[in-house]
Structure formats: structure tokens, C-alpha cells
Write a protein that binds this ligand. Structure first.
Ligand code: XBP
Ligand code: MG
Length: 237
């Protein structure tokens, strides 16, 4: 039986990468006097790596190796990322719309007795900056950021959330937007539904239960049906 839905945040609840995180990174770089600018195309490449601090390191390795030579590079990256998080929260305060169907489905799922949780790579403060308090309150457990050492595509954040819920993977369904996210949820034993974004349109989503443009037309009975189809005969097909 389906008992819980576990939602990714960036790209799933809202299209935050292009219009939220990317300008926030650029604002932090400008503030620090760094001549780095992540345009939409470059940011698409950098999304190969999850985690903001990890993404800065990945960028430097390819485009600014001298930055990594500094003795205090780890604290510089932490400072840059903290500034980025501050800018991201300011952008959220101006409003980033949730993707189609997200708010409705969250409320319908709760009303139908499903438990809700979040498994994300993003920094915890970013979640309360993005979601209105009454919407955030619908989520029973939130796994985010550095809660676990290894980020997606590692399964750790999903495993942490499953342990917090006290549920087996088979009683849950993950909703994701990216190949890294699908790898993480699948490695944690979860069946997964994908809502693509412009950045993840070409990702490999083999093994997903359903591939959707968004949650606009999705209902709780559809989620229950897809979940049941994954466990026909107690064998994950
Ligand atoms: C996607 C990520 C995050 C964000 C940036 O998270 O990879 O790192 O891009 O957020 P999700 P931080 O798992 O929700 O798709 O800078 O806070 O890491
Ligand atoms: Mg995502």
C-alpha cells in the first residue's frame, strides 16, 4: 500500500535552478568581486553536480583552477555559498511560483491520508524560503543539504527520510526532476515519478514509473495506480 510521497525540491516543487539558484550564485560572485558569471547554458552543464558548494568546486576545477590553490579555499567556498543562500532567500521572498499542480496535489494527498516528506540536496533554509508556512507544515519529515554526507545521486538523503518516516521504500513513491535524483531514489529502492524541466529534458529517465511535463494533470488515484503497478505481484516490475 502507498503510505507516503517523498518530494524533491529544486526542479520538482518549483523551477528554482534557472531563476533562483543561478542568479543567486552570480550575485554572490559579484559581491565577492569575482569575475565569474554563470549564464543559463553554463549552469545547465554545472547541474551535473548536486550541491551548491560542490558546484562551485566543480566550476573552479574546469574554469578557475587558480581559485582552488588558495590555502583557505574551503572557507572561501563556504563564504561564497552562504552569500549565495542569502541572495537565494531574497529572490524567494520576491516569489518563485510552484510548478503546475504541486500545491493542489500536496493538499489532496494529505486529505487522502498520505504522509508527505522532502528529500533534497538544497540547504534547509531554502525550503522555508520557497514554501509558504502552511504548505511546509504539510511535510512530516524534511531531509536536506548536509544532513547526509553524500548527496544525490547517492541514495543517502532518501534512506535518511525513509528511516525518519519508519517506512520501507515499497510503501513510498518519490517525485523527482533529474537523472541524479532518479538515481538516488532508485538506489534507495523507491519507485519514482519524474516531472521534467527545461534543464533535465534530455536526461536519461530509464526505470521511472511515469515521465511527465509537470504535476498539473496528476491525481492521487493516478499516483496510487502507478505505485501499485510497480509492485504488481510484490515484485518490482
Ligand atoms: C538540487 C541541487 C541543489 C541546488 C542548490 O537540489 O543540486 O544543490 O541546485 O542548492 P534537489 P544549494 O535535490 O532539490 O534537486 O546551493 O543550497 O545546495
Ligand atoms: Mg531536483
Amino acid at each position: 500500500m502507498l503510505e507516503a510521497l517523498i518530494f524533491d525540491v529544486d526542479g520538482t516543487l518549483a523551477d528554482t535552478e534557472r531563476d533562483g539558484h543561478r542568479p543567486a550564485f552570480n550575485a554572490a560572485f559579484a559581491e565577492a568581486g569575482l569575475a565569474w558569471h554563470w549564464d543559463e547554458a553554463l549552469y545547465g552543464e554545472l547541474l551535473e553536480v548536486t550541491g551548491g558548494k560542490e558546484r562551485i568546486r566543480f566550476f573552479c576545477a574546469r574554469h578557475a583552477p587558480e581559485f582552488l590553490q588558495q590555502a583557505d579555499v574551503e572557507s572561501r567556498i563556504k563564504e561564497l555559498h552562504a552569500a549565495k543562500t542569502r541572495h537565494y532567500m531574497e529572490i524567494c521572498a520576491r516569489g518563485i511560483p510552484l510548478r503546475p499542480g504541486v500545491e493542489r496535489l500536496l493538499r489532496e494527498a494529505r486529505a487522502d491520508g498520505l504522509r508527505l516528506a522532502i528529500a533534497t540536496t538544497t540547504t534547509p533554509e531554502n525550503i522555508s524560503a520557497l514554501l509558504a508556512p502552511d504548505l511546509l507544515a504539510l511535510f512530516e519529515k524534511v531531509g536536506a543539504g548536509d544532513t547526509v554526507p553524500k548527496k544525490k545521486p547517492a541514495p543517502d538523503i532518501y534512506q535518511w527520510v525513509l528511516a525518519q518516516l519508519g517506512l520501507p521504500a515499497a510503501a513510498c513513491l518519490a517525485i523527482e526532476d533529474s537523472a541524479n535524483g532518479l538515481k538516488a531514489s532508485t538506489a534507495a529502492g523507491l519507485a519514482s515519478v519524474i516531472t521534467r524541466t527545461a534543464y533535465t529534458a534530455e536526461h536519461d529517465f530509464s526505470g521511472a514509473l511515469a515521465l511527465l511535463p509537470d504535476l498539473g494533470q496528476v491525481t492521487v488515484p493516478m499516483l496510487r495506480f502507478w505505485h501499485a503497478s510497480a509492485y504488481d505481484g510484490d515484485k518490482k516490475s
